[in-house]
Ligand binder design. Structure first.
Ligand code: ADP
Ligand code: TRP
Length: 324
């Protein structure tokens, strides 16, 4: 099965990115054909600082590699190293109804949070559809926030195929209910842009500070604590198996538990969980040449597949006038 997903290098990667997408992609690489990429064209809709974008793109590449994405098993690349995707975006644009994009929640949310209402932001889902269709992906692992984008990509593929003849694979979203939306320290969806993210590779002091700031209720220490709607439980549970989750529930229900103590414990768990990757992350960050070469090799492989789908699309819409 061909599995594909991308992430914006628009800030430091966090637990929501990790559990919603990165870890699942890394687990999938053993038995599937995987395409994983950093969508820096998409990041241009919100980042207007070139040095920042360059840095975040490099950092995100280091994060994935350190966490175990294996470039020998996975085609791992930077979106803009395969510029064919922008041409496909144009071909898809002409079968994308305005209504489809006007109904997109993500556009409205982003504008209401202060992003410029640009044409790029409005047509973001068309570029995303091109990302997926250019590689004939069967399945796309994402968090729940991307559900509508995936529906748009499917609609565009169906419309293109019915207008011009069979061209693209219709992709299926792959959303895991338990991990659908990882909450941030304030209880909203964890996001790079909300200041509520627990970053995967932050330093010890910042990580501790972030975890200590997880919002908790004011139940007195000598009372049982709620499990439902308990943010601290929801974040801690990400690191526990079913048995561990049951034990944590028991502890919450037993009077005497201090939230402050539980937060310190959670800090230890998160710090240890990522410890094996931290060393490798440091090594990669110091070997820029290796990382860049790895990404360029990934793009070379990606372009081979992209060329097949793009040529087919160009032919089916009639751009190859020399065949007349
Ligand atoms: P952000 O909102 O932090 O900018 P992105 O939009 O770049 O994150 O998301 C990259 C991937 O991570 C997507 O698959 C997205 O669904 C997933 N993701 C992001 N935040 C979360 C979250 N809080 N919970 C689950 N998955 C998430
Ligand atoms: N829109 C996605 C996000 O913000 C990123 C993305 C771009 C993507 N192209 C994609 C995800 C293709 C999956 C497949 O998270």
């Amino acid at each position: 099965m061909r599995i594909l997903s991308g992430i914006q290098p628009s800030g430091s990667l966090h637990l929501g990115n990790y559990f919603g997408m990165m870890k699942r992609m890394i687990d999938y690489q053993e038995n599937n054909e995987l395409f994983c990429f950093l969508v820096n064209y998409h990041a241009l809709t919100s980042v207007f600082d070139a040095p920042f974008l360059r840095r975040q793109t490099f950092e995100a590449a280091c994060d994935f590699l350190a966490l175990g994405l294996d470039p020998d098993k996975t085609v791992f690349y930077i979106q803009s190293d395969v510029p064919e995707v922008t041409e496909l975006t144009w071909l898809l644009s002409n079968v994308t109804g305005m209504g489809l994009l006007e109904r997109n929640h993500s556009y409205k949310d982003k504008v209401s949070k202060g992003l410029p209402a640009s044409h790029g932001l409005f047509s973001y889902p068309v570029l995303m559809a091109a990302d997926i269709l250019l590689y004939g992906a069967d399945k796309v692992p994402v968090g729940k926030d991307q559900k509508q984008h995936l529906e748009i990509a499917r609609d565009i593929a169906i419309r293109f195929n019915s207008t011009y003849g069979e061209t693209f694979v219709i992709p299926e979203p792959d959303i895991e209910d338990d991990l659908a939306t990882v909450p941030g320290v304030d209880g909203q969806k964890m996001s790079k842009s909300y200041g509520n993210a627990i970053e995967i590779f932050s330093d010890e002091k910042s990580l501790k500070k972030k975890i200590m700031s997880i919002k908790t209720d004011s139940t007195p220490v000598d009372q049982p604590k709620p499990v439902e709607g308990n943010l601290l439980y929801d974040i801690y549970a990400l690191f526990l198996d079913t048995r561990g989750q049951e034990e944590l529930k028991e502890r919450l229900l037993t009077p005497g538990l201090k939230y402050g103590e539980l937060k310190k414990e959670l800090f230890g768990v998160v710090w240890e969980y990522f410890a094996p990757y931290r060393q490798e992350r440091k090594r990669l960050a110091a070997d820029g040449e290796f990382v860049v070469k790895t990404m360029q090799e990934g793009a070379r492989k990606a372009r081979q597949v992209a060329a097949v789908y793009l040529d087919k699309a160009r032919h089916n819409v009639g751009l190859d006038y020399w065949h007349e």
